[in-house]
Design a protein around this ligand. Structure first.
Ligand code: XIL
Length: 326
């Protein structure tokens, strides 16, 4: 059976997975399956602030460097994830965001961080999730450490600094819940339209696609949302797909999960601005789902013993029927 990356190659699509660097270092089976099946990787956690800048101005790229090296050795592209988020920040940064002088302090910290990371990986990270999940479910900017200290200007500034550090990288806004119509998707659309109109170097929008149950995904809605964001001149990408389920993981559930993966991939294949399809992990043994959503599991295309599930076969079939890259 050809691997996913062998099938994706001729279609011009990159197929990727979020990677747990510990599994990569300790589990040879995981590393070889990853390198065989995928041609793009993104770190699940190792490029986040808490890992890369544990103390102010003291950067640690050791874990991320190992992943980027693995990608290079295996002919894979890297998505950098992420530069600005409200979670997984070091305590010193959360503290810097409050009290007198917070605006200037946070602006300086953000500029230093974005510049350090993007410069360090210049030429080796093809896409960056620059701003992650900045919009809340009601459509307003999240009242997080960035908004509270710097106001809404932090969004454009982060893109400008990232672009200055690596003009060749494609810079993404990344979020969940924008695959459906509604207040959040509209707000992200307006935000990105405004940034584009002002010449801010945002080049793409990432649809995370964390699907909450196999029946909860509507590929037709995803297609419509992708089309309107593409209309802004943006690349669109599936960046974090998983489809969580509750036991007993019946074959009917597994088949619906497979249809969800196939539907999302097909939406990407049919959208000329979509060149990237990434799942959040690739085996049920390296998924964040059981730990973060107790009672759920089985969200990925391969099982914990690296055997393909119906979802993996559905991805293969979808790639096989895709038109060659034009
Ligand atoms: C998750 C990681 O997978 C977990 O290991 C961690 O505990 C929390 O973050 N949206 C994102 C990702 O953009 O960074 C998140 O990753 C999943 C949701």
């Amino acid at each position: 059976m050809p691997t996913l990356r062998q099938l994706a190659g001729p279609t011009g699509l990159r197929i990727g997975a979020a990677v747990d660097v510990n599994a990569l270092a300790t589990d040879p089976g995981y590393a070889s399956a990853l390198g065989a099946e995928y041609d793009m990787v993104t770190p699940d956690n190792t490029m986040k602030w808490v890992t890369t800048e544990p103390r102010p101005g003291r950067f640690d790229f050791a874990a991320a460097d190992r992943l980027v090296q693995f990608a290079h050795t295996n002919g894979m592209l890297v998505r950098g994830h992420n530069l600005v988020w409200f979670e997984q920040n070091p305590a010193w940064l959360d503290q810097a965001a409050t009290g007198p002088g917070a605006a200037g302090r946070m602006q300086a910290a953000l500029r230093r961080h974005v510049t350090a990371l993007v410069s360090h990986f210049r030429g080796r990270v093809a896409q960056w999730d620059v701003v992650n999940e900045a919009v809340g479910d009601d459509g307003s900017l999240r009242p997080d450490l960035w908004l509270q200290s710097m106001g809404p200007a932090y969004v454009a500034l982060a893109f400008e600094w990232a672009h200055a550090a690596d003009p060749a990288a494609t810079l993404f806004y990344n979020d969940y819940g924008i695959e459906e119509p509604g207040a959040k998707s509209d707000a992200v659309y307006s935000l990105l339209a405004g940034l584009r109109a002002r010449g801010v170097p945002v080049g793409g929008v990432g649809f995370e696609l964390h699907v909450t149950g196999p029946d909860a995904f509507d590929p037709a809605a995803l297609r419509q949302q992708m089309a309107r964001f593409a209309g802004l001149g943006l690349q669109v990408a599936v960046t974090e797909m998983d489809v969580r389920m509750r036991p007993p993981f019946s074959s009917a559930q597994l088949d619906q999960q497979a249809a969800d993966y196939a539907g999302a991939l097909e939406a990407c294949e049919d959208q000329p601005s979509c060149k990237t399809f990434v799942t959040w992990g690739f085996t049920d043994g390296d998924s964040w789902i059981p730990g973060t959503f107790p009672g759920y599991g089985d969200a990925l295309p391969f099982d914990a013993r690296l055997r393909p599930k119906p979802a993996a076969y559905a991805l293969q079939a979808t790639l096989m029927s895709a038109p060659p890259a034009s």
